[in-house]
Write a protein that binds this ligand. Structure first.
Ligand code: FES
Length: 120
């Protein structure tokens, strides 16, 4: 059976916690290049690869509750990853939790389990 879950990793970079409202930054974690944005006081994390042409969105900006890709100005909801007006595919988003000892980012994974044993 395929099992899906989330692996939580502590964010060792302090910059996201001091990110100003409406600002974006690039962060690399777990081999992924990510875009962190603070919107309405909450930190959100998106893949830093626009689904349109794969370019970095972390150089973009915020507009009406969306992150705007700086290349062709497609808009993405930082909570759901949905592309505004359905103009292209949705962008991947990642959960982020503020815990007592810092920020933790969640990365989805799939594994195969057979008879209660994890195969991969
Ligand atoms: S590369 Fe992002 S909108 Fe085209």
């Amino acid at each position: 059976m395929i099992v899906q879950g989330t692996r939580w990793r502590k964010v060792k970079d302090d910059r996201p916690q001091s990110l100003a409202e409406g600002k974006l930054m690039q962060l690399t974690m777990a081999g992924r290049t990510l875009c962190v944005v603070r919107m309405n006081g909450v930190l959100r994390v998106l893949a830093d690869a626009c689904p349109h042409q794969g370019r970095s969105i972390s150089g973009g900006w915020c507009d009406e509750g969306h992150v705007v890709c700086p290349f062709h100005r497609f808009h993405f909801d930082p909570v759901t990853g949905k592309a505004r007006h359905g103009v292209c595919s949705n962008i991947e988003v990642f959960p982020l939790e503020e815990r007592a000892d810092g920020l933790y980012m969640g990365f989805p994974y799939k594994s195969l389990r057979m008879f209660g044993v994890r195969i991969w």
